[in-house]
Design a protein around this ligand. Sequence first.
Ligand code: SAM
Length: 505
Amino acid sequence: MKYYSSIIPIEKPIPANRQGAKRHYGVHPYFTRRPYNVVRKYILNYSRVGDRILDPFGGSGVTAIEAFLENRIGIHNDINPLANFIAKGIVNLHHGNISSYRTALGVLKEKCETPLEKLENASEHELSRWMKKLSLPQNVRLPRNSDVEYYHDLFLPKQLAALALIKESIDELEDRYARKGLLLAWSATLTKLNKTFLSSEGRLESRGGSSVFSIYRFKVAKQPVALPAWRTFYERALNILSAKEEIDGEIELKKRTVGWHGKFEIHMKDIEELADELQDRVDYIFTDPPYGGHISYLDLSVLWNAWLNVLPSHKAKEQELIVGGEMNIDETTYIRRLGLSISACAKMLKPGRWMSVVFQHWNTAYFEAILRSAAECGMELRAAISQVGDPIWSMHKKKRNESVLAGEMIITFLHTGKKQNLDSGRKMDVQKVVKKILDAENAMQIYGEDLFNRLVIEAWRTGAISSLNINRTEFTDLLRENGWTYETSNHCWVKESVSAGLPFM
Ligand SMILES: C[S@@+](CC[C@H](N)C(=O)[O-])C[C@H]1O[C@@H](n2cnc3c(N)ncnc32)[C@H](O)[C@@H]1O
């Protein structure tokens, strides 16, 4: 117990390395994947070898996979079958040997390459003959805001046929580990072989992504790009082989040095139900809950879930922690559930252990739900770090810059069990606090995200968060009034005397 209470919290942002691990980057896309190196540092700081590390909103599995590779028990949970398919698919790459994977890929090449080339140039009549022989996924209805009504309309006929052909050949592979690994490559291929794939301007046609990851809906390209099926799959399969080699290498290194004890556990539950199962069983939580209404994970994941035959239940859709979506979940419900998710985490976390929550949003009521619920459950706020200045800014940040909050805050709590009921309803002089923060820093430049996060934390600490109601325009106006200018090239605010090239007084 003493070990955990003497841990010194991480007090500085950790530069994100998004592309440094083949097991996460390039294997299979997912929404809002956290940089693995940041997650790993948090795990190493707040837990010990053999500990049970949970991510109840696990997504593509970064937390549990990194915990597993650091000789802990990685516990992954997500309500979305696609998330679990990816997380399990990646971690299971440690099974089997690389030569069987290579052999399996060779078998697929033999079976698929020529037929797929024929498919590219097939006439409509030939294509419809192919389609009759292949097994296609359920033609489910798509979310209302999609450009097309049914699942099959997301594909050109030859894309449907190509994907079906590759999948059938994978299903017939003998080696079960290679089969599962290559199915992950197939699923990543599916992301590219459909009409929502939009090529990035000025880059190779194959570079780009599905609209589900950029504008978070099924937008169909005016002129769909039909990438060559075999080559697209083959590249994804090679990424899988590299990821496997990397994972095998990490485990081998542990075996040779400190010994290998990593374990992995997977759950597919709503977080509140998970809490009943894992009560008092977790040593550290690192998690990244959905941030409001941006992304309807279950609606968008139908692209993969339909073909993998793992469509979520109606109940799961109702339990999803989002605003809006096909179930039209309202914001009040989201805020209430966000608070309940934090209580669920407190229930699972052993006393005296740590929890880190990643979050970012303009709506301070969302932060309040997290902070208030944590305090009421006996989790003390010990650190709040803005992970800003990421060299890879999102498309939204690039387009709308100053009004978009990029990066995120990592809020860390210690489960002391001392319940706090912070007096709320106090007023805060936002202008004064902003000035105080800026002056105290004596900074020449500041990220808007960082300043906003500090404002939120200050409001929380002084019992004024429920009265903090500042919108993007008011916030940016405030900075301008204080003599700061937004610099689009660096996405940060600079003191006017600096931006004008004058010496700072
Ligand atoms: C922001 S993402 C997490 C991404 C993750 N950090 C990663 O690195 O890939 C949030 C996740 O919460 C899941 N989710 C939404 N509502 C949930 C619920 N009620 N219970 C469990 N998971 C839920 C979504 O499916 C989504 O994968």
